[in-house]
Design a protein around this ligand. Structure first.
Ligand code: ADP
Ligand code: MG
Length: 813
């Protein structure tokens, strides 16, 4: 068995990466060509005489890559390798059967948007799975398959005006075209010209084109020209034979570039979209009322869809985008606002009244006084829940601002009314932390956890014992069954848990208050499910810094907002320092000094992988290393997501009681641990975290009377990453950071991710704040005139709204 050369293996991986990135030549920094040149001696046999990868078109790259992989597979030294080392390139290595088409029924009727895409001319059977993989099943999906960008081929030039390196278009006559071998690849070359001169064009690995370029025919050529041996050459340009009846699709205009998949070329997809548009656009009906179009200054829907694909110019494109983004945001606002109205106006909630003195009896036992902002939030909540209109409130406050106590006071109010309250948290660690914290708050400082998932407490001001339970997915079956039967018998007053709470089997008959912590980590329908327990519970959502305040108020417009904008007194701001790699040792030395002073420290491992298995392994290694070197003489603990609940609990208790000096953790501790004596948060590989995430981690320290420090370690941050870390050094305002995060990491991370709890928008972006505002205003207007969209002039809108809502529910279930 011959062994595979490292360069060959690298090339496999690179090509696989290229394929995933749509062959955009970004898998290797600086481009693939440099790599090929460096390893030419090893790789030469496989490369098929390629001259330059960079100069190939996407289709050619894809084809070349497929062949290269095939050559490597065929090589004996490679075929010994396990399959996994060789990326499959989708298409089978066998030559494609030529011209084998499926019999399709004669077109006895015109194409419909709702038709299966396979009914379209030009869609072969093999294309169906490829289309499906980019979300195209029906003809209508093609229409809404908007391009990622456009190539600007609008600069039409004469040959004499062509300049190297720019995208440009020339309308040329074919003088001569032939098949030729370029390197080892069958290719096409042509000489074309106009009255100002001639230019050569080559298409690597595309011998078929030659026959289409008939001598004397007129073609439109778009792409970049390069200088080759002193003369101009178009390398792999887009090419269209001009025919009087057809619009230009691929050249001479703003040409759409779609996100596509292996085996489905831009050209093919473009033509399909164009055909779908041409044949079916007339079936798309305007659904926005005229008054809205008019007031918001929007173009019509058909026009917008067309221009979104094939804009006349950039301005038209902007108008199209604005219209389509508006549609999404407008429908979203309609759904948010109608939900809010429904929630508010229908009443039916249980009024929860408490005498101020009742809560005071409890609050006065706390070791601290509420801040002004906390008191205001408590009052907001108490006056909301007094009525029979269900509360819908968002409690926003930075990490450490003290949201838990506010939620606890609210839940206690529910208990005083003889009803049940529930709090849902996104992770088991956080749920458990809440469980213990809330028990401690309610029972007073002397609280000793009796162990187990049920606590019975004596709460000041309450004339009976109070029962608090913890419900988690990871609990043993028997325990969960016990808990659920206690819950449904109404014998649990306050239940804290994870998603386990919203299971069908969990019944909370007297639920009058539902609290969701870190609400942005849940989807719309998950939050809704908790609200469906009990009759019509009041609802409180809590959030640290999911998205900027200005925006969240608009986007989560179904909620009233209370903001805790004040930190508990006596907190020293956490000092934050970026530590260069050379000074790593000094950072750990600093940690040792703090330990010498009796403090404790967190060490967070780099965020290396979404996979908990890999993440855990990294944490274990870091733990081994630290506990045998720098901290060999200290007690070090390890916390990771794959530990059982008992194990986690044990480690956290150990750390909290001071039994451990250092806690090495995967990024799971982002939420949930409250240890005032911990004064150092050391984050390794800090460049891999988002700003908000780092800020959350940092919020784990600085909770006691001692000055705390957050150390950001990073091996080699790029300048952008460095800027982010520097910003963290200067800023302790979580909202500011989440706004920066948005700007730096782009909207993609927020809108349209499940993270945000918002739907996936095709066109709208979070930076479209003015459109968000406009959409909200218009939605408000329409709904106040016609709350259930029942008027005749709103019938198309009502249908569109229904479809949007079912998509929304589909996404989050
Ligand atoms: P978060 O808003 O991040 O959920 P927590 O509710 O966990 O914040 O509170 C953070 C810490 O601050 C806890 O240790 C809590 O006991 C403490 N705390 C909350 N409110 C006050 C206050 N008014 N004064 C002093 N400490 C407070
Ligand atoms: Mg919290």
């Amino acid at each position: 068995m011959t062994s595979i050369r490292p360069a060959t293996r690298s090339l496999y991986n690179i090509l696989r990466e290229e394929r995933d990135r749509g062959f955009d030549d970004t898998a290797v920094i600086g481009g693939l060509d440099g790599f090929l040149v460096r390893h030419a001696s090893d790789l030469e046999p496989y490369l098929g005489g390629i001259a330059s990868y960079a100069s190939l078109t996407t289709d050619e790259r894809s084809e070349w890559s497929r062949q290269t992989v095939q050559r490597m597979r065929e090589d004996t030294s490679v075929s010994d390798r396990p399959e996994s080392a060789v990326p499959s390139h989708g298409a089978s290595p066998r030559p494609k059967p030529k011209g084998q088409s499926r019999k399709r029924p004669p077109p006895d009727r015109s194409l419909k948007l709702s038709d299966d895409v396979t009914l379209m001319k030009g869609v072969w059977r093999k294309m169906q799975p490829r289309l499906e993989s980019i979300g195209v099943n029906r003809v209508g999906d093609l229409v809404y398959q908007f391009p990622n960008r456009h190539s600007d081929y609008t600069r039409i030039r004469k040959v004499a005006q062509l300049s190297p390196g720019e995208d440009q278009t020339a309308i040329l006559t074919v003088w001569e075209a032939s098949q030729t071998m370029l390197g080892r690849q069958k290719s096409t070359q042509a000489v074309l010209g106009d009255e100002t001169g001639n230019v050569r064009a080559v298409w690597f690995n595309n011998p078929w084109l030659a026959s289409r370029l008939k001598q004397g025919s007129r073609v439109s050529i778009s792409g970049k020209v390069n200088v080759f041996r002193g003369s101009l050459v178009f390398q792999g340009p887009e090419c269209e034979v001009l025919d009087e009846d057809d619009d230009l699709l691929h050249t001479g205009r703003l040409v759409p570039v779609y996100s596509t998949t292996q085996g489905l070329s831009q050209r093919v997809l473009r033509s399909l979209v164009k055909r779908a548009l041409d044949e079916c656009i007339g079936q798309i009906d305007e659904f926005l009322p005229q008054e809205v179009l008019h007031r918001a200054g929007l173009i019509g829907l058909r026009d917008a869809i067309r221009q979104m694909h094939y804009p006349d110019d950039w301005e038209s494109y902007q108008h199209a985008r604005r219209r389509l983004a508006f549609d999404e945001l407008f429908l979203f606002q309609l759904s948010v606002l109608s939900r809010r109205a429904e929630w508010k106006e229908s009443g039916g909630a249980l009024p929860l009244r408490v005498e101020p003195s009742t809560l005071d009896a409890f609050l006065s036992t706390l070791t601290f006084e509420l801040t002004g902002a906390q008191s205001r939030a408590v009052n907001d909540i108490l006056s909301d829940i007094e009525t029979n209109q269900a509360m819908s409130r968002l409690l926003q406050g930075d990490v450490g601002s003290g949201k838990t106590i506010v939620a606890t006071a609210a839940m206690l109010a529910a208990v005083h009314n003889g009803t049940q309250a529930a709090l849902m948290a996104p992770t088991e660690i956080l749920a458990e932390q809440h469980f213990l914290t809330i028990c401690r708050l309610l029972d007073g400082p002397g609280f000793e956890p009796a162990g187990g998932s049920i606590q019975t407490l004596n709460v000041p001001g309450l004339d009976r014992k109070l029962t608090v339970a913890l419900l988690l997915g990871g609990q043993r079956r028997r325990i969960r069954d016990d808990l659920t039967s206690l819950l449904s018998a109404g014998l649990v007053d306050i239940v804290i848990g994870t998603h386990a709470l919203i299971q069908e089997s969990v019944d909370i008959p007297n639920l009058s208050l539902a609290v969701v912590d870190e609400q942005h980590r849940f989807g719309v329908s998950q939050r809704a499910k908790l609200r469906e327990k009990g009759v019509r519970p009041h609802f409180l959502a809590m959030s640290a810094t999911p998205i900027p305040r200005s925006l969240s108020m608009t986007l989560y417009g179904d909620l009233d907002v209370s903001v805790i904008d004040e930190m508990p007194p006596g907190r020293l701001p956490v000092r934050t320092r970026f530590v260069e790699n050379e000074r790593r040792d000094a950072a750990f030395e600093f940690v040792r000094d703090e330990l010498d002073d009796g403090r404790q420290a967190f060490v967070v491992c780099p965020l290396i992988d979404e996979s908990e298995v890999i993440q855990t392994k990294a944490a274990q290694e870091e733990y081994e290393l630290l506990s045998t070197t720098v901290f060999a003489d200290r007690s070090v603990g390890l916390l990771h997501g794959r530990m059982s609940l008992e194990e986690k609990e044990h480690v956290m208790d150990d750390f909290k009681s001071g039994g451990l000096d250092v806690l090495v953790a995967t990024p799971v501790i982002e939420v949930g641990i409250d240890v005032p004596n911990a004064t150092v948060m050391l984050i390794d590989g800090a460049e891999r975290f988002g700003l908000s995430q780092l800020h959350q981690l940092r919020g784990r320290v600085g909770r006691g009377a001692h000055q705390s420090t957050c150390l950001l370690l990073s091996e080699s941050p790029g300048s952008e990453a460095l800027n982010r870390l520097r910003l963290l050094e200067r800023t302790s305002d979580g909202f500011r950071l989440s706004e920066e995060d948005l700007k730096l990491r782009g909207p993609g991370d927020y809108l349209g991710t499940r993270q945000s709890g918002l739907p996936t928008f095709r066109v709208a972006e979070i930076t479209d704040q003015d459109i968000v505002t406009l959409a909200r205003r218009e939605a408000d207007r329409i709904l106040s005139a016609d709350p259930d969209l029942s008027r005749q002039e709103h019938s198309s809108l009502s249908t569109a709204f229904g479809e949007f809502n079912s998509r929304l529910t589909g996404e989050h279930s």
